[in-house]
Design a protein around this ligand. Structure first.
Ligand code: G
Ligand code: G
Ligand code: MN
Ligand code: NA
Length: 256
């Protein structure tokens, strides 16, 4: 397949860009961290979004070198920012990790090597996984998640509410953070059911001692509604869309 060869070459040549989107404390609008989102800079097709190549990367195993590249870049950038900005002391960098990547036999060892090499503290890294990682190899996934927790790396359950949300496992797993999928934040102004679901999710997470991040906040009204529900953190176009590191730095200097 042409596209597969292109992706293989892109990973080898590092024709990938790492974008960052701020995660905001809704009560004081301070930055608490960033989510890392990869883009593929294709030679003829321009920027390709991850939804259009992560599945292929998973199928072909290219997710392993691709994921390593993203982690390495994210940790390096976070360390640069930490030394450049006083505000950055407690920032946490979020990195998406797919099931195949997580279950790779030397994932934890490679991650530790990256942390060591970049001198990054494990508590400043948060890995985001979706519920789909539990579709197979549940005992193995549990084991790895607990191993990561033991190392002090934080974990977030991403896209909550879209998948196979089994409430029964939530309290057994070492997730520090619940990220509410943006479909629950869209049309919040006009949809009372969504408000009810959101209230229930925030209450559930809070009772389990988890932080909550609302994704896809686009309007001040959505932000106000989330604050009223005591949702503490958010991300979305209202604050900033995902930007490359140079533009993110410019945004930070203008806003903060
Ligand atoms: O903007 P956005 O199109 O960036 O991201 C789409 C999806 O791609 C997100 O749901 C995210 O989980 C996934 N994604 C983005 N970057 C990465 C990455 O570095 N690794 C993995 N595994 N998934 C990613
Ligand atoms: O990993 P995850 O599926 O949560 O990735 C977040 C996705 O949401 C990325 O594709 C990112 O570009 C997108 N996104 C981030 N903020 C907003 C927003 O405010 N509105 C919309 N429509 N998408 C957003
Ligand atoms: Mn995510
Ligand atoms: Na999400």
């Amino acid at each position: 397949l042409q596209i597969e060869n292109d992706l293989r070459r892109a990973v080898e040549n590092k024709d990938l860009r790492v974008y960052y989107q701020p995660i905001i404390n809704l009560s004081n609008r301070e930055i608490t961290g960033f989510e890392t989102l990869v883009r593929w800079q294709h030679q003829t097709r321009g920027f390709i979004n991850p939804d259009d190549f992560i599945p292929l990367a998973e199928e072909t195993g290219l997710i392993i070198p691709l994921g390593r590249f993203v982690l390495q870049n994210a940790c390096e950038k976070m360390q640069q920012w930490r030394s450049a900005y006083t505000e950055a002391k407690d920032w946490v960098i979020h990195v998406n990790v797919s099931g195949k990547q997580l279950c790779q036999s030397n994932f934890v060892a490679e991650l530790q090597a990256i942390l060591k090499q970049t001198e990054m503290l494990p508590q400043n890294l948060k890995l985001e996984v979706t519920e789909s990682v539990f579709l197979n190899q549940v005992p193995r996934v549990m084991e790895i998640l607990h191993e990561l927790q033991f190392l002090g790396i934080q974990l977030a359950l991403d896209d909550f509410g879209t998948g196979y949300s089994s409430l029964s496992y939530l309290h057994k797993l070492p997730f520090k953070t619940l990220k509410i999928d943006r479909s629950f934040i869209q049309d919040l102004e006009i949809n009372n059911d969504k408000l009810g679901i959101l209230r229930a999710i925030v209450s559930l997470a809070t009772h389990l001692g988890m932080d909550v991040v609302a994704e896809g906040i686009e309007t001040p009204h959505q932000m106000a509604q989330l604050k009223a529900l005591k949702c503490e953190y958010g991300q979305g176009y209202l604050f900033s869309k995902p930007l490359d590191s140079e533009l993110m730095e410019a945004w930070f200097q203008a806003e903060c």
